[in-house]
Design a protein around this ligand. Structure first.
Ligand code: DAH
Length: 341
C-alpha cells in the first residue's frame, strides 16, 4: 500500500511537470485528489489495514495529498503568470506609432465674417438683436413705410405663408421689433440673420441668404454720424487704406437714402475689371430713418432722428475672401470649407 501511495504521488508529480495549461492541471487535480480520484480511493481502503498500520498509511496519504496539492497550486500560479505575460506582450502598445488625426472642424466663412462685423459694431457701442425668419407683413413692409402696391410685396418676390405672414425678405423688420420694444429709449443695434426671396439660384443670387441690419435712433443723430460709422466699419473690415463713397438712392424706410461703395478691394481704387473700372464696389444700403417709420414705432420725429443701414453678408464674405460664386457658401463641400481654418 505504501509503495502504491508513493507511485501515485510520483505519477502525479510527473504529470504536473509536463502539463502546459491550467486546464490540464485542473484535470490532474480531479484525477488524483477528486472524489473519485486515485488517492481518495486509497483512503477508502484504509479500513482494510490493521489498526497499527492505519495511522501510518493515513499520514502518508495525507502527506501525498498535501504535496500534490502544493505542487499543483505552485504550477498553476506559474502558468497563470506566464499566460498573463504572453497576453501583455501581445497587447503591448507601441507608443512610437504616429496617432490618428481627427477631422478638425472649422468656422464657416459666413460665420467668420459675421463675427468680425459683430466685433466691429460691438466696439462702437452697438448691441446685437435678432428676430424671427418668418414675420408679419406689417413688420416687414407696412411699418417700414412700403406702399401697398410696392413691387417687393409682390408674391413674385416674397414667399408668403398666408396674406399676413411671410418669410422675411430683409432684416429690416428687426428695426421695427426693436423700436416697439425700446421706445422711448434710444436704440443702437445690429441685426444679423437669414432672409428669403423668390430668386433663382446663380453665382450672385440665392433664395436664402444673409443680411446684417444696423439702426441708431437717438436725439441729435445726424447723417454725418452714419457716414463716420460706415467709414470706420469699412476700414476695419476691408483694410485701413479703404474709403467709402455715398451715392443717392431710394428706400421706402429712409429719407434721404444712399448706396454705399467701398474702395475696390482688388485694385485698391485704381480701376479693374472687377469694379468695372470705377475703383468702387457697392457694399450696402443706408439712410436716415424716415419720419413715418419713427412715428409708427412710437418715436416722435421732432425729437428723435436715426440712421439705418443694411448689408448682404454673403456678398461681403465673397468679396473679402474673393469667392466668385456664393453657391459655395451653401453647398457644404468640405474641400471648400477647409480653406477657412
Ligand atoms: N432692407 C434693404 C434691402 O434688403 C437694405 C437696407 C437698405 C437696409 C437701407 C437699411 C437701409 O436699413 O437703411 O435691400
Amino acid at each position: 500500500m505504501i509503495e502504491n501511495i508513493d507511485k501515485i504521488k510520483a505519477t502525479a508529480i510527473e504529470l504536473i511537470s509536463k502539463a502546459l495549461s491550467t486546464k490540464e492541471l485542473e484535470e490532474i487535480r480531479v484525477n488524483f485528489l477528486g472524489k473519485k480520484g486515485e488517492l481518495t480511493s486509497v483512503l477508502k481502503t484504509l479500513g482494510s489495514l490493521s489498526v497499527e498500520d492505519r495511522p501510518k498509511a493515513g499520514a502518508l496519504v495525507n502527506e501525498a495529498k498535501n504535496s500534490i496539492e502544493q505542487i499543483l497550486d505552485e504550477t498553476i500560479s506559474n502558468i497563470k503568470n506566464k499566460e498573463l505575460n504572453t497576453l501583455f506582450l501581445n497587447e503591448k502598445i507601441d507608443i512610437t506609432l504616429p496617432g490618428r488625426r481627427g477631422n478638425k472642424g472649422s468656422k464657416h466663412p459666413l460665420r467668420k465674417v459675421l463675427e468680425e462685423i459683430e466685433e466691429i459694431f460691438l466696439g462702437l457701442g452697438f448691441s446685437i438683436e435678432e428676430g424671427p425668419e418668418i414675420d408679419t407683413d406689417f413688420n416687414t413692409f407696412k411699418a417700414l413705410n412700403f406702399q401697398d402696391d410696392h413691387p417687393a410685396r409682390d408674391s413674385q418676390d416674397t414667399l408668403y405663408v398666408n396674406k399676413d405672414i411671410l418669410f422675411r425678405t430683409h432684416t429690416s423688420p428687426v428695426q421695427i421689433r426693436t423700436m416697439n420694444k425700446m421706445h422711448p429709449e434710444p436704440v443702437r443695434i445690429i441685426c444679423p440673420g437669414r432672409v428669403y426671396r423668390r430668386d433663382a439660384i446663380d453665382p450672385t443670387h440665392s433664395p436664402q441668404f444673409h443680411q446684417v441690419e444696423g439702426l441708431i435712433v437717438d436725439k441729435d443723430v445726424q447723417f454725418s454720424d452714419l457716414i463716420g460709422t460706415l467709414e470706420i466699419f469699412a476700414k476695419k473690415l476691408f483694410g485701413e487704406t479703404k474709403k467709402i463713397r455715398v451715392r443717392p438712392s431710394f428706400f421706402p424706410f429712409t429719407e434721404p437714402s444712399a448706396e454705399v461703395d467701398v474702395t475696390c478691394i482688388f485694385c485698391d481704387g485704381k480701376g479693374c475689371g472687377f469694379c468695372k473700372h470705377t475703383g468702387w464696389l457697392e457694399v450696402l444700403g443706408a439712410g436716415a430713418v424716415h419720419p413715418n417709420v419713427l412715428r409708427m414705432s412710437g418715436y416722435d420725429p421732432e425729437i428723435y432722428t436715426g440712421f439705418a443701414f443694411g448689408m448682404g453678408l454673403d456678398r461681403i464674405t465673397a468679396l473679402k475672401y474673393r469667392v466668385n460664386d456664393i453657391r459655395y457658401f451653401f453647398e457644404n463641400d468640405i474641400r471648400f470649407l477647409k480653406q477657412f481654418n
